[in-house]
Design a protein around this ligand. Sequence first.
Ligand code: NAP
Length: 489
Amino acid sequence: MNREPSILIIGAGFAGLGMALELQRHGLSNFTILEKAADLGGVWRENTYPGAACDVPSPLYSWSFEPKSDWPRRFSHQADIHGYMRDVAEKHRLPEKIEFGVEVTEAEFDERNGIWRVRTADGNTHLADILIPAVGQLSRPAMPNLPGIDSFTGAAFHSAEWDHSVDLTGKRVACIGTGASAIQYIPAIQPQVRHLTLFQRSAAWVLPKFDTEYTALHHTLFERLPVTRLAERFAIWSFFEVLALALTDIPAMKAPVIAIADRHRLKQVPDAALRAKLTPDYAAGCKRGLFSNEYFPALAQPNVHVETTAIEAVTPTGIRTADGVEHPVDVIVYGTGFKGTEFLAPMHIYGLGGRKLTDQWTPEGARAYLGMSVPEFPNLFMMYGPNTNVGSGSIIYMLESQARYIRQVAQYLSGKSGRYLSARAEAEQSWDDWLQKRLKDTPWNFCSSWYRNASGRITNNWPGATVLFRWKTRSFDPSDYEEQRADRR
Ligand code: NAP
């Protein structure tokens, strides 16, 4: 029998679409994407906050096999990235392979038949030989556990669920959080609001952003002389690889980066008291380093106050800090991040013998061979799984590495109906030992962030340059897996 395996991909963001494109490019078409929303795009559909953009330049933050010569600027805005995803998907007729409005709630491996039974919120069941969750790490907003949070009578929303019906003009706005999202929407809303109070628990490490608008000349050059486009992509990729090495293999390289960040702060924040507040007190690189030319100048405006006293409670009319001061506000914006360490939640996944994936990962946290495959969970391959997030670089490059690997698995399983592969426990253990050894000396150990879970394990980040991940995942080796045959097929 020469049957292609049937494949279910969960999620139509960069990971799921990229996986589908990789399969299609290699002649594999027996796949369906289940997408809970009504549109594709993942985080680029969801995050529409003012100023939403990507802090990785588009020549790199795009599929290598679908270059775009006419990005409006180097660091693209959300609408342009979402538009790019739609254009590429439509060009390859992917929307007809996507079932929209279908939310996966549970997936169970039926070992007698060697097949995944995937249940969805509408009560349906889908079957597949291979299951590829591609649900991202940053799709579930995290709200802070603050006393009185529900008592606030004004408008309040999370940055990833921006309420565009709320007009911020002339309002007093509280912004909680100083991450990659906040650094983009604070400068965008500051000129509009009456007063902005930034509640800062940790100051961000901020680097200058080497942004530029691309002119018609750029577009023509990139189109007619693709080598110029490739040269820019290569330069950007190399820059981020150097930063990744500074975070992992060559810490000495952090010194010039810190010097650039310090100089940027000094130049942009003339007021010494404000500058002191905005100076991080934790190791550079521990939380995600940010790029912005607008954040510090916005915080220096007269209608902005940076509050560093901890929040004690949310009240019906504002926020009370630990010093007893009431900060009356009309709107609260929670830029408080995502439940990044809860991989695949809220789906329930059951593998061999009915074993539940979350039980397998308790109490330590998520782990997977090559970030993709978990022993006893056969023919399940995750995109953007544990330890595949980048401290520096383009996640799309990482996702392409995963898609290539999983496509090789699908090719291997072609014509082997009813066969299933589970990562060998020894292979997964030695992979994890290697990861933990590398993670031990990274700056991610020295503060709290969404890269680490409650047990202290760094579950999200890849400890190295992205090219190292590409190398590690370059070819699928069946000897890393136990291969079994279902009784009934
Ligand atoms: P984040 O980086 O997790 O930042 C959350 C912020 O909320 C932190 O400053 C955190 O403070 C603060 N916070 C959380 N709970 C709090 C509380 N109870 N009281 C006070 N402050 C609280 O979230 P994010 O900014 O949404 O970014 C998440 C990730 O999304 C980024 O790291 C990045 O990977 C991705 N992202 C990417 C882009 C892009 O341009 N590519 C843009 C946006 C987001 P502490 O630091 O003290 O915990």
